[in-house]
Write a protein that binds this ligand. Structure first.
Ligand code: S3P
Length: 451
């Protein structure tokens, strides 16, 4: 059996049957809120203390980039973080390119920051990030006055020279994307006038609530046709404000599904963020018959959190509507795994955005489940999974996508033979310690080979 350190540093993990997950599963801090804590803390004037921050690779890349832009960031002896914000006027052009690694959120939000300041920065990232579309963010930023050069097709590396006085944005996004919305809002902080962003469905609103927490004026509205509108008053002065980061519902998704589908499971997952724009998976799994008890709802650091208790359940297939996609966009890979264990077919609609995540998640999930002996059909914008026994006994290449790796390790817990997953170091981008915590609750994950 591998020790914890080997599990965390292993490229290859294998996952097999266990006797159910029990006890308490402590999920790390919310990735979205952690990125925003470093960014807004650095843009504010004064000292911001952050507790519960996710210390994953993605968030650390954002922290290093904010330091390179001039913010002070230190890791305190009590485990918290202190950010010494210099205000928007105090940020400077970094000496070297900002390397955001695997992080779409980090790179896109920081492009917004730079676009609204008189500084120049070059952004780069790993192979996966360098394939992902950036024009969806840089196009509206150019309209606000930023100068942008990008590799063909609007890919990284991208260099942005921000506008001294950005124009207020009036942007209608074709897709519901918190990354696009947040980039435009962050650039709008220094604009004269009110920036407006419209999206077809509401995406997560952590930027809006955290901007308010730091003193900006932000309004949110819904039009009769369902369009969501955010307005931000420009020339905002942000004031340092402490942040308590709740535990990440997107990371809780893995133990939640693992407990639902494995016999004998009865698992407590405390302190999970319950922002309604993040809880689409819980709603979906409950509709499928999942026994998920939500208790002790409370407000911590301005966010609603609750304790979850999840017990093994027989799931049934349902239709997951397109309107729900934004509230569970990162959870479809693990939902597809849950659906392999349901009676009947689970149909997921309006999921085209999955194709431009860390991998093309529709293709990678579908092909992986089919290779493991499951039943999936898909097209550009939808995916259907029909429950059936899964054989396993094979290797899945996660293609260095953290959520793909964790999803197939979860599938290995119920397949007839174990599933081996390659590219597992990437799990550290969002969930350091995933395999060790799983094992402490009863899972049987082991590292293979190259530790
Ligand atoms: C995120 C937004 C989502 C999500 C990502 C985190 C954020 O992307 O997939 O993991 O923190 O803003 P989009 O809203 O762009 O789909």
């Amino acid at each position: 059996m591998s020790n914890d350190n080997n599990l965390t540093r292993s490229e290859i993990l294998t996952s097999g049957h266990h006797g159910g997950l029990t006890g308490q599963f402590d999920v790390p801090g919310d990735k979205s809120i952690s990125h925003r804590s470093f960014i807004l803390g650095g843009l504010a004037i004064g000292t911001t203390r952050v507790t519960g921050l996710l210390e994953g690779d993605d968030v650390m890349a954002t922290g290093r980039s904010m330091q390179a832009l001039g913010a002070g960031i230190t890791h305190d002896s009590d485990g918290g973080w202190t950010i010494t914000g210099v205000g928007t006027a105090g940020l400077v052009s970094p000496e070297a390119p900002l390397d955001l690694g695997n992080s779409g959120t980090g790179v896109r939000l920081l492009m917004g920051v730079v676009a609204g300041l008189p500084v120049t920065a070059t952004f780069c990232g790993d192979e996966s990030l360098s394939r992902r579309p950036m024009a969806r963010v840089t196009d509206p930023l150019e309209l606000m006055g930023a100068k942008v050069t990008a590799r063909d097709g609007g890919r990284l590396p991208v260099t942005i020279t921000g506008a001294r006085t950005p124009l207020a944005a009036d942007h209608s996004s074709k897709v519901a994307s918190a990354q696009i919305k947040s980039a435009v809002l962050l650039a709008g902080l220094n604009a004269r006038g009110t920036s407006v962003v419209r999206e077809p469905h509401a995406s997560r609103d952590h930027t809006e609530s955290m901007l308010r927490h730091f003193g900006a004026t932000v309004r949110q509205n819904v039009e009769a046709n369902g369009t969501h509108i955010v307005e931000l008053e420009g020339e905002a002065v942000l004031t340092a404000s402490d942040v308590a980061v709740p535990r990440d519902p997107s990371s809780a998704a893995f133990p939640m599904v693992a407990a639902l589908i494995t016999e004998g499971s009865d698992l407590s997952i405390p302190g999970i963020g319950m922002n309604p724009l993040r809880t689409g998976l819980i709603t979906t799994l409950q509709e499928m018959g999942g026994d998920i008890e939500i208790s002790n709802e409370r407000t911590e650091g301005g966010e609603t959190v609750a304790d979850l208790r999840v017990r093994h359940s027989q799931l049934r297939g349902i239709d997951v509507p397109a309107e729900r996609a934004a509230s569970m966009i990162d959870e479809y890979p693990i939902l597809a795994v849950a659906a392999t264990q349901a009676e009947g077919t689970t149909r997921m609609f309006g999921v085209a955005e999955l194709r431009v995540k860390e991998t093309d998640r529709i293709a990678v999930v579908a092909e992986g489940i089919i290779a493991a002996g499951g039943s999936v059909t898909y097209d550009e914008d939808s995916m259907s999974v029909t429950g059936s026994p899964v054989a396993g006994g094979m290797t899945i290449d996660s293609q260095h996508d953290h959520r793909i790796a964790m999803s197939f390790l979860t599938l290995g817990m119920v397949s007839a033979d174990p599933i081996t997953v390659t590219g597992c170091m990437t799990i550290n981008t969002s969930f350091p310690g995933f395999a060790a915590i799983m094992n402490s609750c009863g899972a049987a994950l082991a590292s293979i080979g190259d530790t």
